[in-house]
Ligand binder design. Structure first.
Ligand code: NDP
Ligand code: PYC
Length: 343
């Protein structure tokens, strides 16, 4: 049932209802059942946790990329076991999340045996939030770090034209008495998705996020999207991290750098064709004591020092709320999703 929330009519749905609708949409638009399952859970989790730039907002982009033939929704990832602590996956021009799913159990086996393992995914499209890729490892007591590069839209510090992608980094570590510590951040001053949302809502951005097509600083999201570009966060420091993401997510995996693919012949293509690196560590091989107790102590000290909000906590709070009272979706968005699923 829909109801009014302030000025807006919303439909409140359960997480499982949303997963089911998204799964039917992906199937209707040509993905395999496996891909539809993985992407629908990923996208519904982002919506559930309030990761608004990578929830249902992204569905039109997924579908137009699929329709353009740019990404293969039926791709079957090829997993190669290349060393004691190294797995490679060719995502076969499909999405990155099914590639991770295909290698995950072997990756964990290697981590348990060697103390650390690397997963290098190439020939892949990542169009989602990165935290869903790392948080589950921390829930199994492991530390995980992941990097993905995207599409050229960020001007490196001191440069004159865009080269880097928005290149997120996500990290997850277990805690003894709480949800894992997770951060997930674009190395650009703002994610491209948030610029699109601001443009759609007619909002200006804070200063320092981007430049217009002539390279002049602008707070207008439309000027950034219309031939302009983003800036790295934190000047030369964010720029160095973004460079590292290009090197590890693309250079090391065999994926494309953010500037290396040309989607101009695929009108409608929106999913970056790049690579992803995951490094997963068994932390108890380090100090030889319970890492989760040590991270708990760090959180205790951070709280004591006055930090009341840990990264990840906003999402966890939203998750609790979504799972208890449901996920509010603007009615017109819900109706559009139902139409995309074929009624
Ligand atoms: P944010 O700046 O919103 O948040 C970055 C991190 O900082 C989050 O872990 C967040 O926790 C935490 N955080 C935010 N505010 C505070 C605060 N006041 N105190 C403590 N911690 C805080 O993220 P971005 O806009 O940089 O990225 C948004 C999403 O876009 C990410 O999920 C990212 O993966 C995705 N993205 C994906 C790309 C791709 O190629 N697939 C490319 C670029 C971005 P919390 O989550 O709890 O808010
Ligand atoms: O929000 O910057 C972004 C982004 C790029 C690819 C997927 N999301």
């Amino acid at each position: 049932m829909s109801e009014a929330r302030g000025d807006e009519q919303v439909q409140t749905v359960s997480y499982l209802q949303l997963v089911d609708l998204l799964r039917r949409i992906f199937l209707e638009h040509g993905t395999s059942p496996d891909v539809a399952r993985v992407l629908s859970e990923n996208c519904a989790s982002a919506q559930r946790d309030g990761s608004d730039s990578h929830g249902i907002f992204r569905i039109p982009g997924y579908l137009s990329s699929l329709a353009s033939g740019w990404v293969d929704g039926q791709a079957v990832p090829v997993v190669e076991d290349v060393a004691d602590a190294f797995i490679r996956v060719d995502a076969a021009n499909g999405f990155a999340q099914p590639a991770l799913a295909a290698a995950r159990s072997r990756l964990i086996e290697k981590v348990r045996k060697a103390g650390i393992a690397i997963l290098a995914i190439r020939n892949s499209h990542h169009f989602a939030a990165l935290w869903p890729d790392v948080e589950p490892f921390a829930r199994e007591g492991l530390v995980a770090l992941s990097l993905v590069n995207s599409m050229t839209c960020v001007v490196p510090h001191g440069a004159e034209k865009p080269l880097f992608g928005t290149n997120p980094i996500a990290f997850a570590a277990p805690r003894a008495d709480g949800d894992p510590i997770v951060f997930d951040l674009a190395t650009s001053a703002i994610a491209h998705g948030d610029v699109q949302i601001a443009a759609r809502e007619g909002r200006m951005l804070p200063a320092g996020m981007g430049v217009d097509r002539s390279g002049k600083p602008t707070e207008d999201p439309r000027a950034i999207l219309d031939g302009g570009a983003l800036l790295p966060f934190g000047g030369h420091k964010g720029s160095a991290l973004s460079m590292m993401v290009e090197l590890l997510a693309a250079g090391l995996t065999g994926g494309h750098f953010s500037f290396e693919f040309d989607w101009s012949r695929h009108p409608g293509a929106q999913t970056p064709w790049t690579g992803q690196l995951l490094i997963v560590i068994d932390p108890d091989r380090g100090a030889g004591q319970s890492f989760a107790q040590r991270s708990e102590e760090l959180v205790r000290q951070l709280h004591g020092a006055g930090q009341s909000r840990m990264p990840g906590e906003r999402r966890y709070a939203r998750r609790v709320q979504s799972l208890s009272v449901g996920i509010d979706i603007p009615l017109h968005d819900w109706q559009r999703l139902q139409a995309l699923a074929g009624g």
